[in-house]
Design a protein around this ligand. Sequence first.
Ligand code: F6P
Length: 538
Amino acid sequence: MSEPMGKMEAAGGLAVTTGVDVNAGVDRLRTEGIPAKVAAKDATLWGPEAEEEASIRLGWVDTFVQSKELVAPLAKLRAELAEQGIDHVALCGMGGSSLAPEVISRTLGLGISVLDSTDPGQILAELGEASLRRTVVVVSSKSGSTVETDSQRRGFEAAFKGVGIEDYAKRFVFVTDPDSELEKLANAQGSHLFLADATVGGRYSALTAFGLVPTALAGADIAELIDQAEEFATSITSEGDNPAVVLGAVIAARPTITIADDGTGIVGLGDWAEQLIAESLGKDGKGTLPVVLEGPAAPGARGADRVYATVGGSSTGLPASGSALAMPDVVVNGPLGAQFLAWELATAYAGYLIGIDPFNQPNVTESKENTKRLLAEGLPDERPHAVDGAVEIYGSHADTVAGALGEILTDADSEGAYIAVMAYLDRIDDAEVAQLRAGLAERTGAPVTWGWGPRFLHSTGQFHKGGRQTGVFLQITGEVGEDLLIPDREFTFAGLQAAQAAGDRQALQSRGRPLVRLHLTDRKRGINQLVHALRELS
Ligand SMILES: O=P(O)(O)OC[C@H]1O[C@](O)(CO)[C@@H](O)[C@@H]1O
């Protein structure tokens, strides 16, 4: 096969191949000795303001070695649960506490139920009696206080009690940082407990207890994942090939990175990388916007303002077959354990090149605070500008859904703009609405991202508020069929979901960003309408 691209570096089982000219970034990282400094956990690299946080957030560079200690106890716990007929894993967690388990689960075909939602329908679907009887619930939260995770845990506890499972505490496995409220609860009620390394932030925690506990309980060979990372780690200070350095320079090279699976064995890494990149690099009015694509060459993959990346599990390092013209801008090939470490390193290097602290997430808190306030005060009184069939239209001058979508496309027709669709719906039952991303991308030159609320609040939500202020926002909300109480809370899941959507609207509107909200008074009919209205637009 001829060499279609400019640069390829391969080491430790992983290869990065790119045609983008990243020599300046790579040279800078190498001459300034950044790989060795990151490997040595030098907290000064991202500037004086970042130093304090960085000094307690660099454990991920080598903590996977200690993760080997998890292998035996998790195998034992899995066997004990299996003896009791418990063979299904549900995971309560948000952002870094759920995205790595999800990509491991999808890649290995494990079938974990990942509940990173507040949609009552999506939660209720997990609470059927037959399923509860065979389910162990992993509750993962570093802080131990994330409202979605806490609410999901309460929902499961009530459901276990409701079907007469008296020893429900033993159905919970808690993963958290030392001294959190969750640790205290585990000890008080006698649930299983795995403490994580507190020197690793959520989005860098793939190879710690957060990524490994739920997946090992579902049958993943976590020793293999750790070995893959360990093999790759031999390259990180190397004088020779150092693929993560090339990837870091690629991430820093252009305002947007689009990411797709190449179909060779790794499934859904883009969703995990999206959080890593958006929360790490989308701040101070700058950073790289990650866009997760439905597949190779999906609409919006390419453009002068973006790099198009594919991720694969092939060990040859060569891109998936195709002509040079069809080649992505960068191809990252290697096993999943190595991918995690490579993308984490690359993000830290990109933060250095762009001049951004990759370990904080200053703008995530704002929407959280708004949600808290709205839960206490009540939702704002908003009236739709128009109603078109099963869709109420807010924040637009249009009287029809097609008109509102057209307005979004017009707003996005400006230098540096991007469109973010944020759907506070059930990502399993309402999944077909996600085709809107590709439909919008076909009709605009701007990058288009898709986010399920509230999951994206822990990912691209940081970029929306902290990155370049060029976002054009489409929020989709929907009527709830059956609501679900949250024990010992004054709000329900539907109330929490609505407050999260309203809180984020306020955060975006306070920045003067265009935001259209389409509320589906009947979800299925409304989704149908959105899909058809988009087709009407040229
Ligand atoms: O693990 P926790 O503390 O529940 O946090 C979940 C997620 O929320 C954030 O802190 C903020 O979005 C993420 O960085 C993190 O992965």
